[in-house]
Design a protein around this ligand. Structure first.
Ligand code: PLP
Length: 263
């Protein structure tokens, strides 16, 4: 039977991020993509105008109904929205302790809008993050979550250690916004660091963070170790970014055909 992975994330009508994108990545890696929407957004490729989060009751009913029928092999959490959806997300993470669990702590869209109620960031993530196995913040998100400035690879290492000491989760901190001609990411499993480097791509492409965290979940569920999965996810994301196109007047989005299309 086809293995199923769950994206618990926002709905972006362009298909360039959130549940729609995550499910396409899961399918690319051979999984059935399941989706539960945490928040519905109003956006195009130029900007996010607003969002409406889903009630926790609906999220829980959707999850329980899926689980009565389908074996879920891994889950990733993207955009949370606000406290309406919080207990639903917590319920799913609490019920998923025996499978791979990734939180991609999305705070702000590439086009600028906050995708979470700013005043609720710490409240919402404080109890969710320890329920994850891995978190995948960029340096902006990591610096807000643990309240430190991150300007160098040494800072990224300190941040990953603080994240591990505070919440006992592995992390990969994405350093695309560091001042460097390379896109440098840092993975930490609680003992060892792994530095991943790629040539930096100048333009911001919509949905690359969602793509990376979904690919990471896929590779983990294909029985790769954490560091192997980080390497493969980074490599696939870089290849996919090269296939991004404009479908509107704003940010480019990633297009999908097949894995061989990315080679
Ligand atoms: N998830 C959803 C549902 C979104 O709407 C967005 C941004 O609009 C993101 C994730 C993050 O996307 P970006 O790569 O543009 O930061």
């Amino acid at each position: 039977m086809k293995k199923a992975l769950l994206s618990l994330a926002g709905f972006d009508p362009t298909g360039g991020a959130g549940v729609l994108l995550d499910c396409k990545v899961f399918e690319l890696l051979g999984f059935q993509g399941l989706g539960i929407i945490t928040a519905n957004t109003v956006q195009n490729t130029q900007k996010v105008k607003k969002f409406f989060s889903t009630s926790s009751q609906l999220i829980i009913e959707q999850f329980n109904t899926l689980q009565e029928d389908i074996k879920i092999e891994g889950v990733k959490v993207g955009m949370i929205g606000d406290k309406q959806s919080y207990s639903g997300i917590k319920h799913i993470l609490n019920s998923s302790k025996n499978i791979h669990r990734i939180i991609d702590p999305i705070l702000k869209a590439g086009s600028g809008k906050w995708l979470i109620n700013k005043s609720e960031i710490n409240n919402l993530y404080e109890e969710l993050i320890p329920l994850a196995e891995i978190i995948t913040p960029n340096i902006f998100e990591a610096s807000l979550l643990i309240d430190m400035e991150i300007n160098s690879i040494d800072d990224m290492k300190k941040a990953a250690e603080r994240i591990y000491n505070k919440w006992k989760v592995k992390s990969i901190i994405k350093g695309g916004h560091l001042k460097s001609d390379k896109a440098i990411d840092l993975a930490f499993d609680g003992k060892n660091f792994l530095i991943l480097e790629e040539k930096k791509i100048k333009n911001k492409i919509h949905g690359t963070g969602c793509f990376f965290s979904s690919a990471l979940l896929g590779y983990l569920c294909l029985n790769n170790s954490f560091f192997e999965a980080c390497n493969s996810a980074k490599e696939l994301t870089s290849r996919a970014i090269k296939k991004s196109i404009k479908i509107g007047k704003g940010q480019k989005i990633i297009i999908f055909k097949s894995l061989s299309n990315y080679s």
